[in-house]
Design a protein around this ligand. Structure first.
Ligand SMILES: CC(=O)N[C@H]1[C@@H](OP(=O)(O)OP(=O)(O)OC[C@H]2O[C@@H](n3ccc(=O)[nH]c3=O)[C@H](O)[C@@H]2O)O[C@H](CO)[C@@H](O)[C@@H]1O
Ligand SMILES: C=C(OP(=O)(O)O)C(=O)O
Length: 419
């Protein structure tokens, strides 16, 4: 199994291009099945999860082709309603095919999804909403069979602004009879990108990015057209390179960002002493001489500070001049990186949802293991600043979400290689 070998201590300097967002392109790829047409996506990152979604689409009869960062999906020949279990179990986003397939075929059999093990990740909100839309659901032997004679638009009040549930409901609703209103919808930017893609094809989705989304169902698919869509930049990848600059006292320029999407990350990094200058699509971040501790970092649904940046910011705070407190409110078990950071000399104590990080003078290189995607990225960041050599094992987790991570870090001056 591959690993990253990092010799820490280099200050990162230079420019890095931020690729398209994994969490935007995955639901968009799933939604191509609804259109019964040809869709072309640009700025598609080369990631394990994206390749998995493309494999799933092919397995149900779609034709999908990648040329560099452009992916074309022709969903006209879709001919199966069973989504293969081995592929579905490899990532979380596969569950979004439930809404998409219901829209296209009125029926789907799918297993429970996989993805990062960051706590229990139920799909009760997805299923409850689909039932309200007239879907009958049978669960047995780890499979979910959904069928709807007719999908009915309705008013759905989500108990929690779940990203995946909001996406699934939107996709089920675009071809339902009547109008669907989702209240307490997730407001993440990836939902706005999904809306943009769907509406470019002729769907009628309004309000994505706010907590009330309205979808007017289209009964005749003949009115849907082919789409060309450029995926939004990945705000979490951007945040990760920002921390790479911060933790090494570096000076990094990020190209292809959407500054509005990363305001909460910018705020946290400024509080930690970084200098950040930006316009809409480019940002420069200069790491501080001394990282300042943060009294309270709390992960929250967008526009709050993202849970997907918690581990990376924790890596940075292990070297702060003082004690920081991090509260993880989204996932129940998203501190698996802590014991690995401790191996590198970090001083971190966790009690339930809270981690207390006492800054240490230096981290030391160690043999560590990625347990999930962002936790894995945090170990690489820690390795960039640590004294000596860090080996990060199980990097297949990291490759789910970062395109050419080691090459991009190396181009900024990091001493990192993949073996
Ligand atoms: C592919 C993708 O886009 N993944 C992102 C998405 O995951 P995902 O869509 O899985 O995250 P959700 O917003 O659904 O989950 C947030 C919280 O709600 C809970 N929940 C969710 C659904 C449900 O039916 N019942 C329930 O209890 C989850 O267990 C979790 O505690 O949003 C998360 C929160 O920003 C991010 O960390 C993930 O990177
Ligand atoms: C948790 C993540 O992804 P997923 O929801 O696909 O597991 C993530 O991107 O950090």
């Amino acid at each position: 199994m591959s690993k990253y070998i990092i010799k820490g201590g280099n200050r990162l300097v230079g420019e890095v291009f931020v690729d398209g967002a994994k969490n935007a392109v995955l639901p968009i790829l799933a939604s191509t099945v609804i259109l019964d047409n040809v869709s072309t996506m640009f700025n598609v990152p080369n990631l394990r999860d994206v390749e998995m979604m493309i494999k799933i689409l092919r397995s149900i009869g779609c034709k999908a082709k990648r040329i560099d960062n452009m992916v074309t999906v022709d969903s006209r020949a879709l001919n199966k309603i069973d989504v293969p279990e081995d592929l579905v179990r490899q990532m979380r986003s596969s569950i979004i095919l439930m809404g998409a397939m219901l829209s296209r075929c009125g029926e789907v059999t799918i297993s429970y999804p996989g993805g990062c093990e960051i706590g229990p990740r139920p799909i009760d909100l997805h299923l409850k909403a689909l039932k309200e839309m007239g879907v009958s659901i049978e669960e047995a032997h780890g499979f979910i069979h959904c069928k709807a004679e007719e999908l009915k638009g309705c008013e759905i009040q989500l108990d929690y602004p779940s990203v995946g549930a909001t996406e699934n409901i939107i996709l089920a609703a675009v071809r339902a009879k009547g109008t669907t209103i989702i209240r307490n919808a997730a407001r993440e930017p990836e939902l706005q990108d999904l809306q943009k893609f769907l509406n470019a094809a002729g769907c009628k989705v309004y309000g994505a990015g706010t907590s009330v989304v309205r979808v007017e169902g289209i009964e005749n698919t003949k009115s849907l057209s082919t789409v060309e869509h450029t995926v939004i930049p990945d705000r979490i990848v951007a945040g990760t390179y920002m921390v790479a600059s911060a933790i090494t006292g570096g000076e990094v320029i990020l190209k292809n960002i959407e500054v509005e999407h990363i305001q909460s990350i910018i705020a946290i990094l400024r509080e930690a002493g970084c200098m950040v200058y930006s316009n809409c699509t480019t940002l420069k971040i200069i790491g501080p001489k001394n990282i300042l501790p943060l009294e309270s970092v709390r992960t929250l649904p967008y526009p709050g500070f993202p849970t997907d940046m918690q581990a990376q910011v924790m890596a940075m705070l292990t070297l702060a001049k003082g004690t920081s407190v991090i509260c993880e409110t989204i996932f129940e078990n998203r501190f698996k990186h802590v014991e690995e950071l401790v191996r590198m000399g970090a001083n971190i104590k966790t009690i339930g949802k809270v981690a207390v990080v006492k800054g240490v003078k230096e981290l030391t290189g160690a043999n560590v293991s990625a347990k999930d995607l962002r936790g894995g990225a945090s170990l690489v960041l820690a390795g960039l600043a640590a004294k000596g050599v860090t080996k990060v094992n199980n990097i297949y987790h990291i490759e789910r979400g970062y395109d050419d991570f080691h090459k991009k870090l190396a181009s900024l001056g990091a001493d990192i290689k993949k073996e």
